[in-house]
Design a protein around this ligand. Structure first.
Ligand code: GLP
Length: 242
């Protein structure tokens, strides 16, 4: 695992955008794995800037989301499909039919999860997967205790994660859904390049476990230690316990 410490999110965003630009220059129909949360926002802004400057086209790219809340109405602003469109995919030339996420309103949840796995496989797998990390060490919504061999499935969110994400729901933890559909740890590990971003001291313990802890389902991100091509980009605060 490659660990890169930078002064702040602007420098991190620039390095990640370089990697995406290189990938799309070599492989215009590359498959991107997109993450929600606040960590990748600076990356999306930088990619939009480079797109507007004519440096990157996403016209032939495809994108898969890591996860989705269960039960939010289709037009809810915090539905991850809507979040990513507003933050990134709707601001570039990535056709909306090329963006897929787990179906959080499916009646038949196991079938929807299996279909999502099949869609990723049919696209040839993810070339570059962006990841944030939860303060409890989750990636996507694989909470502590998630099987390292897990695939896309329904999960219950922990109180900690619902509290962390309440800021997106007007500060009201009760408005945060209790369940989600999420790519599993093995799904994420199938991507060819994992790029995890973390900034701020609230992530320092999770980052310490990710980089220096034993691989354990109690800190799900530690599974990345087994990935042949994983890059972790940190600011000084997130790296402060290394
Ligand atoms: C959510 C998302 C994760 C994300 C995490 C951290 O729980 N499902 O994919 O990594 O939040 O979010 P943030 O980047 O806002 O700290």
């Amino acid at each position: 695992m490659e660990v890169v410490i930078q002064p702040g999110s602007a420098q991190i965003a620039s390095l990640v955008a370089d990697a995406v630009e290189r990938l799309l220059t070599e492989t215009p129909d590359a498959v991107l794995g997109l993450a929600t949360g606040s960590s990748p926002l600076a990356v999306y802004d930088e990619l939009v800037r480079r797109h507007e400057a004519g440096r990157i086209s996403f016209a032939r790219a495809r994108a898969f989301l890591l996860d989705e809340y269960v039960g939010l109405p289709a037009d809810h602003p915090e539905r991850y499909r809507n979040v990513i469109e507003k933050a990134f995919t709707g601001r570039v030339d990535l056709p909306s039919e090329h963006v897929q996420g787990p179906d959080g309103s499916a009646q038949d949840v196991p079938a929807a999860c299996a279909a999502y796995e099949e869609a990723i496989a049919a696209a040839g797998g993810v070339d570059l997967q962006l990841l944030g990390i939860g303060s409890d060490g989750h990636i996507a919504f694989n909470e502590p205790g998630s099987s390292l061999a897990s695939r896309t499935r329904i999960k219950t969110l922990t109180r900690q994660t619902r509290q962390d994400n309440a800021r997106f729901f007007g500060g009201d933890v009760d408005a945060v859904p209790h369940h989600c559909l999420t790519q599993g740890l093995a799904t994420i590990m199938s991507a060819r390049h994992l790029v995890l971003l973390a900034t701020g001291s609230a992530k320092a313990e999770a980052v310490h476990q990710l980089v220096e802890g034993p691989v354990s389902a109690m800190w799900p991100a530690t599974v990345m230690q087994h990935h042949p091509h994983a890059t972790v980009l940190l600011d000084g605060a997130a790296a402060s316990r290394l």
